[in-house]
Design a protein around this ligand. Sequence first.
Ligand code: NAP
Length: 529
Amino acid sequence: MFALTHSGKRWDISISAQAWFCAPATPVRTPTAQQKKASTMVSRVIPVDIFDLVIFGGTGDLARRKILPGLFRRFCAGQMQPEARVIGAARSDMDSEGYRAMVREAIDEFGAGVIFAPEQLDQFLAQLEYVSIDALGEQGWAELADLMAGENRVEAYYFSVAPQLFGDIAERLQKWGMADVDAKIVVEKPFGRNLETARALNKTLATYFNEDQIYRIDHYLGKETVQNLMAVRFGNMLFEPLWNSQYVDHIQITVAETVGVGGRGEYYDQSGAMRDMVQNHLMQLLCLIAMEPPARFSPDAVRDEKLKVIRALDPVPNYHIVRGQYQAEPCNEAKNPGYRTAVGNPRSRTESFIALRTQISNWRWAGTPFYLRTGKRLAARSSEITVVFKDTPHSIFAEDAGRHRNVLSIRLQPNEGITLGVTIKEPGPGGMRLIDVPLDMSFAETLNPDDVEHVDAYERLIMDVIRGNQTLFMRGDEVEAAWAWTDPIIEGWEARNDVPKPYDHGSNGPTDAGELMRREGREWRKVVQ
Ligand SMILES: NC(=O)c1ccc[n+]([C@@H]2O[C@H](COP(=O)([O-])OP(=O)(O)OC[C@H]3O[C@@H](n4cnc5c(N)ncnc54)[C@H](OP(=O)(O)O)[C@@H]3O)[C@@H](O)[C@H]2O)c1
């Protein structure tokens, strides 16, 4: 059941293979029997096996903001069993009690995202340990090895540290007997800064671990909608026959942020939007939207298809790229400075915004442009994939009836959901006038908000690590192929010494980005919340 809305009125629509039925709907916010049924369908939580998860960098920003609150939510949901242990590991000198106090504060500060009883937090904290360890020295490793010895549990090591430490940690895990064939390692982005460094990192990790033990995180793959994209594409007959260059005019992928570089200025200025966002997150979304149906929903079947997409991507010529740098907020420069001030580099040529047009050279997509766009300090925080279908081959309606294209939009944030714009007759006696209305499947509204909204990508992915499911993690060859496509683009603008175009704080990016599409008779979707 979908909801179709126009001018505040609403119809519920049942779709069957034979017919679409329209009936007057119940008020918008009242949960329907369908919603109630859906909510019972999604609330099934299967506990994962008992595990020991070591978080290298357990005192860091990512651990405090995402990993530990996420684990607490899984604990509250009953997915993490009382015998499981989480072991924080970092240089800071503290004992397990001190670590528990730090994690309590982190959950206070960043929010659990669920309602919980105080004793639940006490129980969760009791499952935490801490080891003061130096990834570059010998301190703490014997203690960690002792903690991990003996019991038959799932063992996972989360490398939530700077990538320069990945190799040292892997080496020491082996030296101290923790890199056995059942151990799993989770590595954070960035995975290299070009093909050469990514290859070297893959090689280093491969010295100590097999590929099926390595979980390269791209948290975009853990988002509910991203997985739903596969369910919608491959679980329905409706879309796949139209999913090609014959019916699709173009595809847009936008990841817009309202924040600036914040405290990450120094790191970001070495990286930029292309390395930080396009090479990983946007490429992964592109793969899922463009890949062929895998033979089955298994890690290598899915990743093989994604890899084929990356390898079929055309090189991107300079005239299909627009880079930008955000300007200060007028009258509020002290709070929201421009990019160059924020990164402390008045001559910076790093982009905080990029828009580009690419194509996939294969039978399905030849001739269909893919437009990718991401940036900071834009008008809204919004991530969306939009599939714009072609015009009908011939319109039977009068010209003034209007003509609309079907647009399928897949929202990753905020309000995760999928909307299909369909053309209907404007209700009323005004003759045959066509309007575009959304068939809206908002997950939070259709399903139970308690189940959907609070499962963060990180906690979903960590549970997949424990279950040993690599489907939503990048394989080494995928990462290398993505860099092989990205490198020449970056090298091109570096060789030309290109300067990014300025764009206004709170805008849709540089005006040239609009031109990139307008010159082909197309428009970006507006960046709106
Ligand atoms: N933060 C995010 O939102 C985010 C998002 C995506 C990816 N990432 C990636 O996740 C990783 C961690 O990021 P972060 O933001 O959490 O960094 P961070 O706040 O700087 O934390 C780094 C952690 O590493 C530990 N550490 C540093 N040197 C160490 C050493 N020699 N031995 C043992 N531990 C050491 C630090 O603790 P001590 O100082 O106590 O040793 C700290 O716990 C990075 O690869 C980053 O790129 C982060």
